[in-house]
Design a protein around this ligand. Structure first.
Ligand SMILES: CC(C)(COP(=O)(O)OP(=O)(O)OC[C@H]1O[C@@H](n2cnc3c(N)ncnc32)[C@H](O)[C@@H]1OP(=O)(O)O)[C@@H](O)C(=O)NCCC(=O)NCCS
Length: 169
């Protein structure tokens, strides 16, 4: 049986591990280290990492200003060897849950049109496509699909969902 997995708040000390996964996951459009550090330090954000046996295997971030009715899923990525085991869904649910706690009503995100895995994950949690930003991702010349989630509807449906695999919070 694999070692226990846990999600915990990210700190600035996690920056190197997060950046290693960021660069490997987004080879052409990774955030800079400075940008990621700013996100981790921001009071408007909520970043988490998922750890297995003391090793960071993924991270995700929410941006939701105090008192705001809307927020954004900023990023989510797993190291390649940790994908496909439910951790992406667990991280996403953790952030939506945090948004619900902050009384956010609508969550938005942008996803590359050529990322069917991520789009399926978001759609399966209730995100709907509401628009496209043509050629948003450069230099790859790929459209961004904008998706929106009704957080209260997601929260209300909580009991109907099966628990995600693996992670405990
Ligand atoms: C996208 C990502 C975060 C998903 O995390 P994950 O742990 O691999 O995904 P999960 O195991 O939680 O699966 C969640 C859903 O994603 C989809 N998915 C996962 N692996 C898939 C695959 N190989 N093929 C198609 N869909 C897949 C499915 O809808 C799946 O739900 P299901 O298992 O009920 O069918 C992860 O694959 C990743 O880090 N990718 C690279 C970075 C990235 O693209 N981030 C998103 C930027 S918007």
């Amino acid at each position: 049986m694999s070692a226990a997995v846990r999600i915990r708040p990210a700190t600035i000390d996690d920056l190197d591990a997060i950046m290693a996964i960021e660069r490997a996951s987004f080879p052409t459009d990774a955030w800079s280290e400075a940008m990621m550090a700013e996100e981790l330090r921001s009071p408007h954000g909520a970043y988490v990492v998922v750890e297995q046996a003391g090793r960071i295997i993924g991270y995700a971030g929410l941006r939701a200003l105090a008192g705001a009715r809307d927020g954004d899923i900023q990023t989510i990525a797993l190291s390649a060897d940790a994908r496909g085991r439910g951790q992406g869904r667990a991280l996403l649910r953790h952030l939506i849950d945090e948004a619900a706690r902050r009384r956010v009503r609508e969550l938005f995100l942008e996803v590359r049109a050529d990322n069917p895995m991520a789009r399926r994950l978001y759609a399966s949690e209730g995100f709907h496509e509401i628009g496209v930003r043509p050629r948003y991702y450069q230099p790859d010349d790929v459209d961004a699909v904008i998706m929106r989630l009704d957080v209260r509807a997601w929260d209300a449906a909580r009991d109907a969902r099966p628990a995600e695999a693996g992670a405990c919070t």
